[in-house]
Design a binder for this molecule. Sequence first.
Ligand SMILES: *Cc1c(COP(=O)(O)O)cnc(C)c1O
Length: 389
Amino acid sequence: MKVLSLTARDAFNDNTIKVPFFSQDITNEDKKAVISALASPLLTDGPILRKFENDFRVFTGSKYTVGVSNATAALHLSLKALGIGKNDEVLIPDMTFVATASAVLLTGATPVLVDVNDDDLNISVKSIENSLTSKTKAVIPVHFAGRACNMKKIMEIARKNNLRVIEDCAHAIGAKYDGKHVGTFGDAGCFSFYPTKNITTIEGGMVITKSKTIADHIRTARNHGITKSLTQRYSHGRPWDYDVTEPGYNYRLDEIRAALGISQLKRINILNQMRSKACEYYNSKLKTVKGIKIPISDKADAYHLYVIRIKNEYGVKRDQLFEKLLKNGIRTSVHYKPLHEFTVFKKRAKIYDKLDNSKQAYKEIISLPLYTRISRDIQDKVIAAIAKQ
Ligand SMILES: *Cc1c(COP(=O)(O)O)cnc(C)c1O
């Protein structure tokens, strides 16, 4: 059973890793939940998923929730449910994961890359205003690193300009804005349960929405466009008695992943506390290092990433620091290489405003190892490697 005892070193084929960039938090409870879900008679799109959706609905305080295969599917179906497509423009931050933009392209619409704030790397309200055209139909704010965007201003602009709002909450499970969970402000909120995210179902995603129409549309579209769920088809006589009115997708979330999700969601507050403690510790030690700018944060944040900025006074450039940490066996990363740097978006995205903050950030940002069970010892190693030049 060697495969079951793979370490990060084996998985990345790298025996120099001493400090991984991330590590999942899977307990024996989680494992038991997964094993028992294998006995579910449906295995996919059944009662365990219904429970996960309901738990997530209660946790986020939203009205409807629909589980899907990943957050990219969640974004794609949310845009489709809102009627976004060809000839439409959708505003997204330049500093995000490629999936935010790819989901827009999948609908036939055009992503418009918008600048971010210098301080928290969230989408800039001013740059949204500078990027509006007669074709703008929607905006996708990304709650970067688990810190909420300025939803008050964004919703104001959306109302004034008749824009739909889809919140990309992939980093932000547990993050609040004005006392309410992120994802509840716009037309839809999209969550990811990829292994690096604050809770995981391995692969998995969720849409939250206050609109029954959007929820119903996504429920149908995720399941080949079939108007009934598996449970409905098998509990009311003839299972073939269904209709399809437009082509759908297979974006379902299975029962095994849903079981893991239920189990993980029970611990979300503890998991996020562990993340925030680790970030506070980094902050307390790194704030005095010359040329290092620590991230701004708030207790309402979900602490998904710990991103510092390497300023000129540090004396060493970001890439050199990355190399140095790697030589010490410490894995770090950059979130993100901005979208305007990618071939596909150079060809197919539009830019109407300057992207100065995003461009400057890309030269300076580095994401340090952050996960629930990171020890003080390990953090001290990272801190020492950064502090001594
Ligand atoms: C992870 C991530 C996604 C995509 O999530 P998947 O579940 O892997 O499809 C989308 N947007 C952002 C900002 C992400 O970090």
